[in-house]
Design a protein around this ligand. Sequence first.
Ligand SMILES: NC(=O)c1ccc[n+]([C@@H]2O[C@H](COP(=O)([O-])OP(=O)(O)OC[C@H]3O[C@@H](n4cnc5c(N)ncnc54)[C@H](O)[C@@H]3O)[C@@H](O)[C@H]2O)c1
Length: 280
Amino acid sequence: MELPFQIDLSGEVAVVTGGSGIIGGMFCRALALCGAKVAVLGRKAENGEPVKADIEAAGGEAITVSADVMSKESLEKAKQEILDKWGKINILVNCAGGAVKSAQIPQDQFSDIEGDMLNFFTTDMENVRSELDLNLYGTMLPTQIFGASMVGQENANIINISSMGAYGPLTRIPGYSSAKAAISNFTEWAANYFAKSGIRVNALAPGFFQTTQNHALHFNPDGTPTPRSKKIIDSTPMGKYGDPEDLIGALLFLVSPKGSSFVTGVILPVDGGFHCYLGV
Ligand SMILES: NC(=O)c1ccc[n+]([C@@H]2O[C@H](COP(=O)([O-])OP(=O)(O)OC[C@H]3O[C@@H](n4cnc5c(N)ncnc54)[C@H](O)[C@@H]3O)[C@@H](O)[C@H]2O)c1
């Protein structure tokens, strides 16, 4: 991986939830290339091993830790493991999350659907609740648990992951959009709350990236784009999907002790202009 620019995070300790995922894994590698020690956190520690191996191969330092971002007990255990190993935590990236397939509504609009086809009225709200829990609670809880050990640390930073669904609802994924809107709101709340503690809190709002999580919504089994995919490209002023690596510069800017030391409560879109274009 090539960094867009270098910042110095040597001596710093970062935890990345969802660290074995596509975007989380990339963030782990980028932070390690800047000198941070990185805890790759996921539900199964072994899934983080390839990320850890990449970091070590590049001369960096990493551990894998297992925790569910919705379980206080497992997060407390993970925090203790990291503190035992490195003695501090000063960067938290809340990257675990995503849309839950069973909470998707298959149509853009209701049209008097007959029969047993899934629609909003027949969607199991427990699936929507689990989507809200994963994204919102799964951001608030690690912030509470890891944040407690970040107070007073130098260059203490929390980075949350919002989405274009926070600016306005995306069709078919009302639970995900609501959860990401709440993450943006929580980011601003926490920025004020922690401002005098030395912890900065910011968020990235990625546009559309081709990753495994959204693949089925955007591409047919034969690899051709779905109509939704065409709408996304047409609604993105730059006319393309982002490459996950496009997010790295924004992350490094936000955790940079020099570059953004007076920046907190920002939701930074990285989206080829999607958020500022209404289609006409
Ligand atoms: N891919 C995109 O286009 C896009 C756009 C906007 C926002 N995002 C957000 O970026 C983040 C990363 O997405 P991604 O595309 O890399 O997806 P991904 O599925 O590759 O990564 C998500 C990671 O979260 C982990 N995870 C899920 N539930 C967890 C739990 N309960 N506890 C701990 N870990 C858990 C998964 O195992 C996975 O490693 C998500 O918050 C997603 O909503 C992605």
